[in-house]
Design a protein around this ligand. Structure first.
Ligand SMILES: C[S@@+](CC[C@H](N)C(=O)[O-])C[C@H]1O[C@@H](n2cnc3c(N)ncnc32)[C@H](O)[C@@H]1O
Length: 390
């Protein structure tokens, strides 16, 4: 098992990777969210030291850099950094950054500080704990119930760590022997089944692990089933969610799952589109380097069983021939396929089916300048329906 005491000694490839994701996403997110004209508060809920001992920036410095750039345009952008153990290091590493505030102590104890924020704020939560111990789902429900102007989440969820701890508690010992499975950072073990239920939002994980223990399903299937259920629970907090499996090889269990949640469909589209392009760019850059630092697989979900984009486009439309907006179809596809495709590619897939399986009602039907029939895939009021009733 990874040692948490050495976590900040040097920044490991997969930490570099997740921080890059955060760094990339904050650019379009901040630019878009500031157009709401409302203030923005970013919470780094498990912040760490700010910098790694080898000088690499951690998430707090990355966030603080974005805040510094953003306040040139809009002064009401603030960062709050919650850290239980390293708040002194964090203070020193953030001392030159404006609009940054350190909240020493546990996330659970600082929840009241999040809840006391003005509802008029846009709120972004970055949740990057060592393990899963502090991820009581009820905390997120409380934040949701505060009804902030907008609420978004980026969270690293160690699903295999959860299952391993579940096996230990249910006394299904000796199952997690494989190095690939046990190589996870984790803080002290969670010690009650009730706490695990609170994290998972139910007891369903126990049944899944029983099936794993009895040999009915393997660990990969158990992890998928667990995430399938957990996803439903997260959806009670965030209407629109995506989870991205972070794997080194497709045969491995995900090292962790990156969960994105938003209460706005535009947030979901923005995230999936940007992440698709940036992820590919990142991998291409790494491949061109000598001595590849890391090679996380691109999460192409079409490689999995049960993922057929054309079938899923058809399935997202009413069999009665009723219409659904283009945006809604894309949002539904993203919730299943995540960042497998860019927004343009999702639209292209739909357009390919236009003359065979689908109607696209474009409004206006003619282009404003040339008065020719519109063929673009801009949203406006476009509606999609099936050509034949099925
Ligand atoms: C994975 S590290 C965060 C790394 C950070 N995102 C970065 O990029 O540098 C998790 C951090 O959470 C802190 N921590 C552990 N339990 C916590 C809790 N209950 N509340 C707040 N912080 C906690 C640990 O001390 C550690 O610094």
């Amino acid at each position: 098992m990874g040692q948490t005491k050495d976590f900040f000694k040097e920044k490991k490839p997969w930490s570099i990777f997740k921080d890059r994701i955060l760094d990339y996403y904050l650019v379009p997110y901040i630019s878009k969210i500031l157009r709401t004209g409302k203030p923005l508060v970013i919470f780094d809920c498990f912040a760490g030291k700010g910098k790694f001992d080898d000088g690499e920036n951690g998430s707090p410095v990355i966030i603080a850099e974005h805040i510094r750039a953003a306040i040139q345009k809009q002064p009401f952008v603030n960062g709050f950094f919650i850290e239980k153990k390293y708040s002194e290091d964090l203070k020193s590493n953030l001392k030159n950054y404006p609009n940054t505030n350190i909240l020493a102590g546990a996330f659970e104890d600082n929840l009241k500080n999040i809840l006391s924020m003005d509802r008029n704020n846009n709120v972004f939560l970055y949740v990057d704990p060592y393990g899963i111990k502090s991820l009581n789902l009820n905390n997120f429900h409380q934040i949701k119930n505060n009804n902030f102007f907008t609420l978004e989440l980026l969270m690293n969820f160690n699903s295999a760590g959860f299952l391993r701890e579940g096996c230990r508690l249910l006394k299904f010992e000796d199952l997690f022997k494989d190095d690939e499975i046990t190589d996870y950072e984790s803080d002290e073990d969670i010690n009650t089944i009730e706490k695990m239920d609170a994290i998972a939002g139910g007891a369903y994980w126990q049944e899944i692990l029983k099936n794993y223990y009895s040999g009915t399903i393997d660990i990969h299937r158990a992890e998928e089933q667990f995430i399938g259920k957990y996803k439903e629970k997260i959806k009670e907090v965030f209407r629109y969610t995506v989870n991205i499996p972070i794997k080194i090889r497709s045969s491995h269990l995900p090292k962790y799952r990156l969960f994105f949640g938003s209460n706005h469909e535009d947030g979901l589209i923005l995230m999936a589109d940007n992440m698709n392009r940036k992820w590919k760019e990142m991998l291409a850059k790494e491949r061109n380097k000598q001595g590849v630092l890391f090679e996380f697989e691109f999460p192409d979900l079409t490689l999995l069983k049960g993922f057929d984009i054309y079938q899923d486009i058809l399935a997202s439309l009413p069999s009665t021939g009723g219409k659904v907006s283009l945006k809604k179809v894309i949002v539904n596809l993203i919730m299943k396929y995540g960042i497998t495709f860019s927004e343009k590619e999702y639209k292209q897939k739909i357009k390919e089916m236009e003359n065979t399986a689908l109607y696209i009602d474009r409004n206006p039907t003619l282009t404003p300048k040339t008065k020719k029939p519109a063929t673009s895939m801009n949203y406006d009021d476009y509606q999609i329906s099936l050509r034949k009733k099925i």
